[in-house]
Design a protein around this ligand. Structure first.
Ligand SMILES: C[S@@+](CC[C@H](N)C(=O)[O-])C[C@H]1O[C@@H](n2cnc3c(N)ncnc32)[C@H](O)[C@@H]1O
Length: 287
């Protein structure tokens, strides 16, 4: 139970929300990350990327490799950062992406690790896995596989992964300590975690935290930055870093818009800009 919401209800709602995204087609608009339900600017129908949408992709990713990906991949990008660049991947590594969605970070990672490396994407939404596998076919990315599963119960053997990536997914989990324990389990000794995610500075009002739509839109489930670090430490990680990523104000505006159905009287709008932000997080499993 989280903020009056049942874990099962959160998971079902999140899965339905991202199933809809996978089936309808989603675009990054003006740098938007996790997209909010009902936002036509973000969850529009798929088609050629407009110049603004392309600018959004460029804004989110530091690597120019993203511009080489076909629109079938970039239009279903729903992240809030660039964990692939953060990870400094090496040729030959085994990489795992938690909540891989349409596969954008898996395909970027596949290029970095080369044909001698392996990339595994795990996602709990069957329609997202179908979409990612179709993208894999289109790209001929032979070193990438997608597995249906929950990040709290990873379908991956112990101590087999060099680097774990995740882009705007951990905030959606109703059981974050379990996500970090699983990440620790599957990493090799000395393995690295590189995560982009929404975090908060200070608590959000209860009405916001108890709203399922705001949870699925990556706001209510976000950890406070200190709690993020504490949970990683409790799972056994060391050398933890957490730094904010500057997101364009429009991205935060989109997150704020989805709170319209919530009583935000305890949360003046300006505070939201400071309270909710995207962070890049790294951590190591001790060697
Ligand atoms: C905001 S999208 C991000 C997708 C992808 N990382 C990207 O950057 O485009 C969240 C994805 O995580 C998946 N997801 C959410 N919670 C999950 C969980 N507990 N276990 C596995 N997948 C999950 C959803 O199905 C969805 O595809």
């Amino acid at each position: 139970m989280k903020n009056g919401l049942e874990d099962g209800s959160i998971r079902s709602y999140v899965r339905r929300r991202y199933e809809k995204a996978a089936l309808q087609g989603v675009v990054i608009a003006e740098g938007a990350g996790c997209c909010a339900p009902g936002q036509s600017s973000c969850c529009g129908s798929s088609g050629d990327l407009t110049p603004e949408q392309l600018a959004g992709v460029k804004q989110l990713y530091e690597t120019p490799d993203v511009l080489e990906l076909p629109k079938e991949v970039t239009e279903i990008a729903l992240g809030c950062g660039d964990p692939v660049t953060l990870a400094s991947l090496q040729l030959g590594q085994t990489v795992l992406d938690l909540g891989s969605g349409g596969g954008i970070d898996c395909f970027l990672a596949a290029k970095r690790v080369g044909p001698g490396g392996v990339v595994i994407g795990v996602d709990m939404t069957p329609a997202m896995i179908d979409r990612a596998r179709a993208n894999r076919e289109k790209l001929g990315a032979e070193n990438v596989t997608f597995r249906l599963g929950e990040i709290e119960h990873l379908p991956v053997a112990d101590g087999t992964v060099d680097v774990i990536l995740s882009n705007c997914v951990i905030n959606l989990s109703p059981d974050k300590p379990q996500v970090f324990r699983e990440a620790f389990r599957v990493l090799k000794p000395g393995g690295k975690l590189a995560v982009s995610d929404i975090v908060t500075r200070g608590p959000l009002p209860d009405a916001v935290k108890a709203n399922l739509a705001a949870w699925a839109g990556c706001v209510s489930g976000a950890l406070e930055e200190r709690e993020f670090v504490t949970l990683l430490e409790e799972a056994g990680f060391v050398e933890i870093t957490l730094a904010p990523v500057a997101l364009p104000r429009e991205v935060i505006d989109e997150a704020v818009e989805q709170l319209e159905e919530v009583d935000r009287s305890g949360l003046p709008e300006e505070d939201v800009y400071q309270a909710v932000f995207s962070a890049k997080v790294t951590a190591l499993k001790p060697a």
